[in-house]
Design a protein around this ligand. Sequence first.
Ligand code: SF4
Length: 253
Amino acid sequence: MATRRRSTQRKEGHAAGTSAGRPADRPSPLSPAEVEEFFRRLAEVDPLPTTELEYRDPFTLLVAVVLSAQATDKGVNRVTRELFRHARTPQDFVRLGEEGIARYIRSLGLWRAKARNLYRLSQILIERHGGQVPRTREELEALPGVGRKTANVVLNTVYGEPTIAVDTHVFRVANRTGLAPGRTPREVEEKLLRVVPEAYRRGAHHWLIRLGRYTCRARRPACWRCPVADLCRYPDKTPPPSAGSGRNGDTAG
Ligand code: SF4
């Protein structure tokens, strides 16, 4: 526990709710039938949802998720492609040491704290967990740099549990659409767990991140090409580029 308290990298938490779709102008929630249809369509578009972070096993996923705080998945993947060529196990990370880890991750935000956390986390995995990534939320959240969101991603992605990690994208989409309005990531997570049909719970986090990252973006949501536009409660939907504004004319996604 002492190690955990000394950790200087903040456990995840988000300045969620600062972009459009904030809880202050909450829409009415979707009905159960609308929620079912919402996920049916996302599943149709992306039948095998998974993280965009590159990893080989539970440990390398844990490392990638710890590195992803205040960094893009693309930036993390660039770093881990090289890092994982030299270190793939907790033993490798301990051998590299804090400075050695830091050398590979300097392009990412919070790199000092992340290097320290990954070094300590690797020591703890060896000392207390036989070098394996633990399977319980409590054990995961006791690791340096690992908060609820990271634990949810690991539990979902490598252990197949129907957890729903709420990052800034999921928070925004859940509020804008009316799917699971909430003031905090935890409130949104709890609502999502209540409203998302069981069949879609395991994929929900990945579908919502994808929707938020490529379509329902913070500044210029691409409502005109959104698969759930007719279900979404967002009042200021963007028109297609041909409608003349020009400001929505991107083609990302
Ligand atoms: S219609 Fe627009 S606001 Fe609603 S989910 Fe789609 S992109 Fe987001």
